[in-house]
Design a protein around this ligand. Structure first.
Ligand code: 13P
Ligand code: SF4
Length: 327
C-alpha cells in the first residue's frame, strides 16, 4: 500500500476530496490567520491566486518579501525554484508550495552536475546565475540576479572580470548587449518566452500601429529588437501605466494581464502571437499547476514542504544575500 508521503511525491500535491460547499477563499483566510502564514504569489499564476496573496510580484519582489516576512509559514504560489529561494533565505521557517511539480523549463535546462563541468572549462570566471535555477546551481554561483536587477548585478563586477551567466542565454545575451560585456552563456531558455513568432508580431504591429510592443528579456533577440520596452514583469507593469499609449502587444506569460487590466482598465492588452497559434503557449504550464483548491489543501496540511540539505542551504544563501544587498 502506498503511504500518504509517497502519494504526495507521485502526484506533487495533496489530492483529497473537498466539500464543494466550502468557500475556499474563506477557508484560506481562516487558515492563514490561524497559522500566521504569508501567501506570496507570482504575477504568472491565475488571477484568483494573485488576488488572495499577501504579496504579489516579480521574482525579485518575492525574494525581498520572503526575506522580510515575520510569518511562521511561507506559502509560495509560484514555482519550485522560487519556494526554494524562500527556504534558503528562511531555513528555520516552513515553506510550502501547492504543487511540487510546478517546476521551470529554464531551471531544468541547467542540471548542476553538467553546469559544474561547464564551469570547470572557464577558470578565473565568476558565475552570475539567474534566480530561475535550482538550489544546487545556486551553490555553484557567486551571485544571483533576476530580470529586474541583472544589469546592476553584472555591473557590480569590475569590467575586466570574466563572467559566466546561467541558465538563460536570452537574458544573458540581452545583458551582454546592454553592458558591452562578453559573458560566457549557458545554453538554456524558457519554453514560454522562446515561442513567439517575429513574423506574426510584425504583422500584428502593422495591424495595430497605435500599439506599443513590450517584452520580457527571456524572449529571443529578434523579438527583443522589436520592443519599445524590455523588462521584468514589474517593469512591464510600470511601463504600461506611465506610457501614453492606449494599446500594448505584450510578450510574456499570460498571468501578467490580470495586473495590467487592474492597473489600466481603459487600456487594451494583446498577447504577442506564438509560432503555433493553437498551443496556448503564453501560459506557463508549471505556474498554472497552482489552484485555489491546492492552495487550500497545502495550507491545511502544511504540505508539500520544501526541504533542502543544510549544506546546500548554507552554500546557496551567500549568492542570494549578495543579490539582495546589491539590489
Ligand atoms: P520576473 O517576474 O522576475 O520578471 O520573472 C519572470 C519569470 O519567468 C518567472 O519565472
Ligand atoms: Fe520557468 Fe518560463 Fe515558467 Fe518562468 S515562465 S517559470 S521561466 S518556464
Amino acid at each position: 500500500m502506498q503511504t500518504y508521503d509517497s502519494l504526495l511525491v507521485e502526484k506533487g500535491f495533496i489530492d483529497e476530496p473537498v466539500d464543494p460547499g466550502l468557500k475556499l477563499t474563506d477557508e484560506i483566510n481562516r487558515l492563514r490567520k490561524e497559522k500566521n502564514a504569508v501567501i506570496l504569489s507570482h504575477f504568472y499564476v491565475e488571477p484568483e491566486l494573485q488576488d488572495i496573496a499577501d504579496f504579489v510580484g516579480d521574482s525579485l519582489g518575492l525574494a525581498q518579501a520572503a526575506a522580510k516576512t515575520q510569518a511562521d509559514l511561507i506559502v509560495f504560489v509560484g514555482v519550485h525554484f522560487m519556494a526554494e529561494t524562500a527556504k534558503i533565505i528562511n531555513p528555520s521557517k516552513k515553506v510550502i508550495l501547492p504543487d511540487l511539480k510546478a517546476g521551470c523549463s529554464l531551471a531544468e535546462s541547467a542540471p548542476a552536475y553538467k553546469f559544474a563541468a561547464f564551469k570547470a572549462q572557464y577558470p578565473g570566471h565568476k558565475v552570475v546565475s539567474y534566480i530561475n535555477c535550482s538550489a544546487e546551481l545556486k551553490t555553484l554561483s557567486d551571485v544571483i540576479c533576476t530580470s529586474a536587477n541583472a544589469v546592476k548585478i553584472v555591473e557590480s563586477f569590475p569590467e575586466d572580470q570574466p563572467l559566466i551567466f546561467a541558465p538563460d542565454k536570452n537574458l544573458g545575451n540581452y545583458i551582454n548587449n546592454l553592458t558591452g560585456r562578453e559573458m560566457v552563456l549557458w545554453d538554456g531558455a524558457c519554453m514560454v518566452h522562446e515561442q513567439y513568432s517575429v513574423e506574426k508580431i510584425v504583422a500584428l504591429m502593422d495591424q495595430h500601429p497605435d500599439a506599443e510592443f513590450i517584452a520580457h528579456p527571456e524572449c529571443e533577440k529578434p523579438v527583443l529588437l522589436l520592443a519599445r520596452h524590455v523588462g521584468s514583469t514589474t517593469s512591464l507593469l510600470n511601463y504600461i501605466q506611465k506610457s501614453a499609449a492606449q494599446k500594448f502587444i505584450v510578450a510574456t506569460e499570460s498571468g501578467i494581464f490580470h495586473q495590467m487590466k487592474k492597473a489600466c482598465p481603459e487600456k487594451t492588452f494583446i498577447a504577442a502571437p506564438s509560432v503555433d497559434s493553437t498551443c496556448g503557449c503564453n501560459d506557463c504550464s508549471f505556474m498554472k499547476l497552482n489552484s485555489l483548491q491546492k492552495l487550500y489543501l497545502c495550507l491545511k496540511h502544511e504540505q508539500p514542504e520544501i526541504t533542502l540539505p543544510a549544506d546546500v542551504i548554507e552554500k546557496a544563501k551567500a549568492p542570494i544575500l549578495r543579490m539582495l544587498e546589491i539590489s
